[in-house]
Design a protein around this ligand. Structure first.
Ligand code: 0PR
Length: 369
């Protein structure tokens, strides 16, 4: 640390230079985050110093968190759902498995049945919680095979996981079939809709994935992905409004005497940002955003196939994947690659129609070289 502080001008010249080293969103096609909506930024700034970890000091911010949970509960067909704002999908998934484990105290070698397509946050959760992860193979459509999942369940299974919007291929697992299996085995069933939770409800033909499906116990959804909120904002929802209390620990010197969250200090700012976007756009506005992303995904797939790059999957959501060599991608575009080496592009709101056309032109130019 410097002995004498820097001038503000000097400091901000340095910070501005560092910020310039970050990539421009115009060329980022690999991210599930996007440029936050202007109302999210404005709300975020208003709640900058708020801490949901000591809610008695910030009752206004705390009530916004409750409203956010209510909005998602209603959107996901369970008005009285419980829940809280997490730092994102990783924390929500860890908490879901903690909850599942807390319901089955007597099991010595607990396991969870998780699709092969699951986000790597489940690996972290299993490691932390001492759980065996049993991977379920995917069908040829990149969706989890429900029958294979049923075959992996035994008396030590504490949780079944389904993904509504897979990270790599944008597919929605057969949630109703999995829900039936969960009910038959009286199992905790967690749906990871970190990405899809802010897409599926706004599609013309939404696939069933939420509490309307019997057997779904908890849902993860991330406003900081398709919800266009500021980072970090996730949300975990529970069908039973009191389920989270099974994680309560004593917090004697806070304004509340118990807490079930994973993080202690928690920012209120992105929660205000998330609620601001939902209430500003409403169902109509979100439908328009999602329709745009889906249209751009379809255009990208058609354009790439015209160039000779075949799709790897026909996605349920706005994630496009292709058979394509790494050398085919021109600088400075940033794409990602799946574990099966497919080119992966997420058509987030910042990847608008003009950017899709610009990318397709750049791909065509690169082909000529
Ligand atoms: N569940 C699903 C289905 C996800 O896709 C992700 C993250 C998570 C859980 C974990 O969420 P958090 O990262 O919020 O904890 N999916 C993206 C991915 O791993 C996250 C991401 C976002 C990665 C922006 C890169 C990036 O630039 O690809």
């Amino acid at each position: 640390m410097l002995n004498k502080g820097q001038s503000e001008e000097e400091l901000f010249a340095f910070l501005a230079q560092k910020r310039q080293e970050d990539l421009d969103h115009d060329f980022i096609l690999s991210s599930m985050c996007t440029i936050p909506h202007s109302v999210a930024v404005r709300a975020h700034c208003l709640f900058m110093e708020t801490n949901l970890g000591d809610p008695g000091l910030f009752p206004g911010s705390f009530s916004l968190e409750k409203l956010l949970v209510q909005r998602f509960g209603t959107l996901f067909h369970c008005k009285n759902a419980g829940g809280y704002a997490t730092s994102g999908g990783t924390e929500s998934n860890i908490q879901a498995l903690r909850l599942a484990k807390a319901q089955c105290s007597g099991i010595v070698a607990p396991n969870v049945v998780v699709p092969e397509s699951a986000h790597f946050s489940f690996k972290k959760a299993c490691d932390m919680l001492g759980l065996e992860a049993r991977p379920v193979p995917l069908g040829s459509d990149f969706r989890m095979d429900a029958d294979a999942a049923a075959g992996l369940i035994d008396k030590n299974t504490i949780c079944l996981v389904g993904i509504a919007g897979t990270t790599e291929y944008g597919m929605v697992d057969p949630i109703p079939a999995l829900g039936k299996i969960a009910v038959q085995h009286d199992l905790f069933f967690h749906v990871d809709a970190a990405f899809g939770g802010m897409v599926i409800p706004f599609l013309d033909r939404p696939s069933p994935f939420d509490f309307a499906v019997g057997g779904v116990t908890t849902i993860a959804v991330d406003p900081h992905k398709m919800g266009m909120s500021t980072i970090p904002c996730g949300c975990i929802l529970t069908r039973d409004p009191d389920l989270l209390n099974s994680l309560n620990i004593d917090t004697p010197y806070l304004t509340v005497k118990q807490e079930y969250t994973l993080a202690g200090t928690r920012p209120g700012a992105p929660v205000a940002g998330a609620l601001a976007v939902l209430d500003y756009l409403g169902m109509e506005g979100m439908r328009a955003v999602v329709a745009g992303c889906m249209k751009n995904t379809e255009r990208l797939i058609a354009g790439m196939e015209t160039l000779g790059y075949q799709r790897a999957a026909t996605p349920d959501l706005n994630v496009a994947t292709f058979t394509c060599a790494k050398e085919a991608i021109p600088a400075p575009w940033r794409v990602s690659w799946t574990r099966k080496n497919h080119l992966r592009i997420v058509c987030m709101p910042h990847v608008h129609a003009g950017r899709v056309e610009a990318f397709l032109r750049a791909m065509q130019e690169q082909k000529k070289r």
